[in-house]
Design a protein. Structure first.
Length: 254
């Protein structure tokens, strides 16, 4: 007997979740392993239950569908069918890259078509699904505004950290340490990758392994050969490298 398709439903509207579950209950080869009403619940459920397929609402409070996709990462994200009220023009970008989408309100025939397409994609293999989601993420990074918040996992908790709260960022191989006051949070992201998503008017790279929040700088002291001693408002002292002199000079108006 073939294994059932394990499905997670993520939508902040109870009526929408019931509608999706009703459609899925009609398929004998499908097992609904859970329902989530927001992105944080979905983040935990995907990591713990590893579903094959997620019906994912695009618009949700706190963390939207795209934010969830970014937090999980395309490599670990299951196949996705987007559920959205967006118009068809906005859907063109991820119609190509995602498994499929359902435009609210949808009927049974359209739902079945999306489910059949998901089955087909999953038979093709996870590599194809991951490639499509990665392409979607790359497109989102090009069109979305600068990063405003980060999803942090710490001591069994998952919480949001507003980017503006971060004093400075320090590289740690494939991770970064986010220094916030006396606390430090570890995030699976490279300095290069994070720099590309931060607002350059608010964050400046001071050396290969560090980025500083400009609004948290108290003083700058010239050292020698283009280096600076940087003192943050919380008392942290950092030293810039000559390689990034131009970036610091730009905020000084030089």
């Amino acid at each position: 007997m073939a294994a059932k398709l394990r499905v997670l439903i993520v939508d902040d509207e109870p009526i929408a979740r019931r509608g999706i579950r009703k459609q899925l209950d009609a398929s004998a080869d499908v097992e609904v392993i859970g329902e989530c009403s927001n992105g944080l619940e979905a983040l935990c459920a995907i990591e713990e239950k590893a579903p094959d397929l997620v019906f994912l609402d695009v618009q949700m409070p706190e963390m939207d569908g795209f934010g969830l996709l970014e937090a999980i990462g395309a490599e670990k994200m299951p196949a996705v069918i987007f559920v959205t009220a967006y118009n068809r023009y906005a859907l063109q970008a991820f119609e190509v890259n995602a498994v499929d989408y359902l435009l609210k309100p949808f009927d049974g025939e359209r739902f079945q078509k999306a489910l059949d397409r998901a089955r087909m994609r999953l038979k093709e293999g996870s590599a194809d699904v991951s490639h499509r989601l990665m392409s979607l993420l790359e497109g989102l990074h090009k069109t979305r505004k600068h990063l405003e918040r980060l999803v942090i996992r710490s001591s069994g908790r998952i919480f949001f950290l507003q980017v503006e709260e971060v004093d400075w960022i320090e590289a740690a191989e494939n991770y970064v340490h986010l220094h916030v006051g006396r606390e430090s949070h570890l995030l699976r992201e490279t300095v290069n990758g994070l720099e590309g998503r931060l607002d350059p008017d608010k964050f400046v790279r001071i050396r290969r392994s560090a980025i500083v929040n400009i609004n948290h700088i108290k003083e700058l002291h010239p050292l020698f050969k283009g280096e600076y001693a940087i003192i943050l408002k919380n008392g942290t002292e950092l030293v810039s490298s000559r390689r990034y002199r131009k970036k610091l000079s730009s905020i000084l108006g030089e």
